[in-house]
Design a protein around this ligand. Structure first.
Ligand SMILES: [Mg+2]
Ligand SMILES: [Zn+2]
Length: 464
């Protein structure tokens, strides 16, 4: 149920007047309006639905998956890391631009807002246009259309990307206000990190007064905070008003490299649990899943963290596609929000790609740096322990003298993998768009990030 009032109707962004849909029109498949498409009768995703009466080609559910910071160089390196094609590769449909209203290079708040509402805004702003008007997101429009909704992330759930789908605040840093808006939003399934933003100061949290977890429980929500509890959740009926809130860490969840040391679920497990709960809604659902930390790995120039978190995200995409194949009326959209780090595929004049050596890395650069002693005399030992690499005297010297030991370790490791970095911030690279399910071909072509929710709304027949 939607609580907000007085929001600019779809911010004019999602209005399906046909305006702004030129890319989609251009992308109209050749067979459109000419009878049966050539693949009719044998699309991978069709005909397997459990519902006998299900209408073919109809998009009832959407799983919008955002690997934060993931650009085509991540995709290329990830293929080398994995040793074979990634699950998304076969579903590439197009590319899109990411610039924000006030910058050639976007941050995740402006990018999330564009991808959620179809409107450009300034960096740092969540769910408001550049003039400060509240925008309606495609998740909220889906909710209005009677669908259940969910948010999954590996950062705090109140972080910029998931926040863009439910909150309207002028600063992404105001995570306590985002938590309040999220709690009041009526989103049925919320799974991620950031428990502190939901608890009052009296219980060690960041809220002044409200205990948003207790409020949710009082309203009948099931609350979990460990992987075991999540996997134990009995069948929920979102159609009957059941809700699921899972906050598995006080702050962000652990990087995938260190998740085994925690009691946190994987992003694939959270995605599966969210789908399990949401699929009960006969009107369909809209689920957003963010692989939040690929971006953080990019900022840190940590190639092993980037690849291992991409791998965890791929498992979540596998869950989504598996469900979509079974269901037949589910669209899976996979789109990063921008590049982070200006990652390159190859480096230092070499003509080889070695991202597979990152399979042997068992810790983030931050974790390794934290194991260094005062004079960093144990660099060789620490790096060997967590990577298997024998460092040269030169590499040891570079790390010992570096201002930022973590960054220096990450550069040494990235060099071994022939992965280069050109920034510790975002870049303006175009981003690949992958889509699976009915009407996936509508997404073919070159777009802007603001086109994505419009294209999704169009195939969902929202606002009709
Ligand atoms: Mg993010
Ligand atoms: Zn970032």
């Amino acid at each position: 149920m939607l609580k907000k009032v007085g929001i600019a109707a779809l911010g004019a962004g999602l209005v399906l007047s046909g305006m702004g849909l030129t890319a989609a029109d251009a992308a109209k498949p050749e067979w459109a309006g000419q009878g049966k498409p050539e693949w009719a009768g044998k699309p991978e995703w069709a005909g397997k639905g459990k519902g006998k009466d299900k209408e073919k080609d109809k998009v009832e559910n959407v799983i919008y998956m955002i690997p934060d910071g993931f650009s085509s160089d991540y995709a290329s390196n990830y293929r080398v890391y994995k040793g074979e094609e990634a699950v998304w590769d076969a579903h590439l449909k197009g590319m899109f631009t990411t610039y924000s209203a006030n910058s050639a290079i976007t941050d995740s708040a402006a990018a999330g807002t564009a991808m959620a509402t179809g409107v450009k805004t300034n960096n740092g702003v969540v769910g408001l246009d550049a003039e400060g008007n509240e925008l309606e997101s495609i998740l909220e429009a889906s909710e209005k259309a009677g669908k259940s909704t969910g948010l999954v992330a590996t950062s705090t759930i109140t972080h910029a990307t998931p926040a863009s789908f439910v909150a309207n605040v002028d600063s992404r840093n105001n995570e306590t206000e985002i938590a309040r808006q999220m709690a009041d939003s009526g989103v049925d399934v919320i799974l991620g990190g950031g428990k502190n933003n939901f608890l009052p100061a009296s219980e060690g949290g960041n809220q002044d007064e409200r205990n948003l977890i207790r409020e949710a429980q009082d309203e009948g929500a099931t609350y979990v905070e460990t992987r075991e509890q999540l996997l134990d959740v009995d069948d929920l009926d979102v159609d009957e008003g059941d809700r699921l809130l899972g906050l598995f860490a006080e702050d962000a969840l652990a990087p995938e490299l260190h998740r085994g040391e925690t009691e946190q679920p994987s992003i694939a497990e959270m995605t599966e649990a969210a789908i399990d709960a949401l699929e009960e809604d006969k009107d369909g659902f809209f689920l957003v899943v963010e692989g939040s930390q690929i971006d953080w790995a990019g900022h840190a120039n940590d190639a092993a963290w980037a690849m291992s978190d991409a791998e965890a995200f791929e498992k979540a995409v596998e869950e989504a596609i598996e469900f979509a194949e079974e269901d037949g009326n589910t669209l899976v959209v996979v789109a990063g929000d921008h590049d982070t780090g200006g990652m390159t595929t190859g480096s230092n004049g070499s003509m080889e790609l070695n991202a597979d050596v990152l399979q042997n890395v068992t810790a983030t650069g931050d974790h390794m740096a934290a194991q260094l002693n005062e004079d960093r005399s144990n660099v060789a030992e620490v790096v060997k322990t967590f990577t298997g690499f024998d460092l040269s005297e030169e590499e040891i010297g570079t790390i010992r003298e570096a201002d930022n030991a973590s960054l220096a370790i990450n550069h040494v490791i990235s060099d071994r993998a022939n992965i280069g970095w050109t920034s510790t911030n975002h870049t303006g690279a175009d981003i690949p768009l992958y889509v699976f399910g009915p009407k996936a071909d509508n997404f073919a072509g070159f777009h802007d990030n603001t086109d994505l929710p419009k294209l999704i709304a169009e195939v969902m027949k929202l606002d009709k």
